[in-house]
Design a protein around this ligand. Structure first.
Ligand SMILES: Nc1ncnc2c1ncn2[C@@H]1O[C@H](COP(=O)(O)OP(=O)(O)OP(=O)(O)O)[C@@H](O)[C@H]1O
Ligand SMILES: [Mg+2]
Length: 375
């Protein structure tokens, strides 16, 4: 009896995914032992990475559900243990590669991750809302997606994604919380309450660097960086740390906003980065009578693409125009991005359309070196 159940029990365990590492627990060395009694009762011993693992309940419940789904299994008892240092080291080596490779994985020669830095000239044009919606849209299509909230002073991504969970630390490796299939890291997860982050430029750079080196994202298809507005320290740090990152410039339809946004995009010519495209947000408001109210004027997105095409010398596309929608704002406030909560709305459709365009961009293998030279 016990041996005949073993293959099915093992297959069921292979469907249990570690919520943070996003890999089957069987592949991560987390299954310590499985005992199957003659009466069909299963005793499973699971090794957690750290003692205080916040997701211990999830792992327990998922393991129980998977095992109870096996015909013949009558009862399940899950025992949680903690990995030894040697087991943790082996896991880290498995995740990071031989020697526990450090450095920024997205800059490795073989990295196929598309990195998008979402920038704007002015604040409040919708960068963070666009970032989370694009990320969720791609994750819903089955892509592996991450977000780095690079707006260190004005972090907002955890709230927009409804994340209250803190990252798990496994020695020097940080495991990012996952929401809607997206791995997210933000300075907001490291401060208590609503404390401000009062740091100067070098600290900002170090924080960003640590997010990119110490946080285990695994192999991603796309990584989004939600930048603060303008062309300050962080935009320069992103260019230095991730020279391959392509810039997505968010603007409103207002001509004056496009003027300011042009500077955020034009920084690419100084840093050797590519502008992947322009996203016009808050384009218009659909009226109950079917008409459109252009609250912020019109043409800003188009104007910006023309100007950036001229300054960068390469065609910069207008990737989409997102209308104003109260549901978009409400989705942000409630931590459920509109592309998932209200996909039928025109705003969600516009965002999903932009995500599709990004998904169909070829994954580039060649790293572009930073064009900045000391004088
Ligand atoms: N298309 C839209 N329709 C309705 N509300 C929107 C839209 N886009 C953004 N908003 C709202 O506008 C506000 C600013 O958006 P968001 O925080 O995404 O902008 P931001 O560019 O990231 O701002 P900051 O520069 O402060 O980081 C938010 O309250 C958001 O919900
Ligand atoms: Mg923002």
């Amino acid at each position: 009896m016990s041996t005949s159940l073993a293959p099915a029990v093992n297959a069921a365990l292979a469907t249990v995914i570690d919520p943070e590492l996003r890999r089957p627990i069987t592949e991560l060395g987390m299954v310590d032992s499985v005992e199957i009694s003659d009466d069909g009762a299963v005793h499973l011993s699971v090794l957690l990475t750290i003692a205080g693992c916040p997701l211990r309940d999830t792992i327990t419940k998922d393991s129980e559900a998977a095992l109870l789904g096996v015909p013949g299994v009558t009862a399940v008892d899950v025992e949680l243990k903690v990995m030894t240092q040697a087991q943790r080291d082996a896991l880290k080596e498995q995740l990071r590669g031989p020697g526990g490779q450090r450095g920024i994985p997205f800059n490795q020669p073989g990295s196929l991750t598309k990195v998008f830095a979402v920038a704007s000239g002015k604040g409040g044009v919708g960068k963070s809302s666009v970032t989370v919606n694009l990320a969720c849209s791609l994750a819903a299509q089955g892509l592996r997606v991450g977000i780095v909230d690079a707006d260190v002073y004005g972090f907002s991504v955890p709230a927009l994604m409804g994340i209250t969970q803190a990252p798990t630390r496994v020695d020097d490796m940080i495991l990012p919380p996952v929401a809607y299939g997206v791995k997210v890291i933000s300075i907001g997860m490291f401060v208590t309450g609503n404390q401000p982050v009062a740091w100067r430029g070098p600290m900002l750079h170090r924080a960003l660097e640590q997010f990119l080196t110490d946080v285990y994202f695994g192999d991603l298809d796309a990584l989004f960086l939600d930048l603060p507005p303008g062309t300050g320290d962080i935009a320069i740090s992103v260019a230095q740390l991730l020279p391959k990152a392509e810039i997505l410039v968010v603007t409103t339809p207002q001509a004056a906003a496009a003027d300011v946004a042009e500077r955020a995009g034009a920084i690419a010519t100084q840093t050797g980065q590519t502008v992947a495209g322009v996203i016009e947000n808050m384009s218009h408001l659909e009226m109950p009578d079917g008409g459109r109210m252009e609250l912020f004027g019109s043409g800003g997105g188009q104007l910006l693409t023309e100007r950036l095409s001229a300054t960068t010398g390469t065609p910069v596309p207008l990737l989409g125009q997102i209308p104003l929608d109260i549901l978009l704002r409400e989705g942000g406030d409630s931590g459920q991005p509109i592309v998932l909560g209200r996909p039928e709305t025109p705003a969600a459709a516009a965002l999903a359309g932009i995500a599709d365009k990004l998904a169909s961009r070829p994954r580039g293998l060649t790293g572009i070196s930073l064009g900045l030279q000391p004088r």
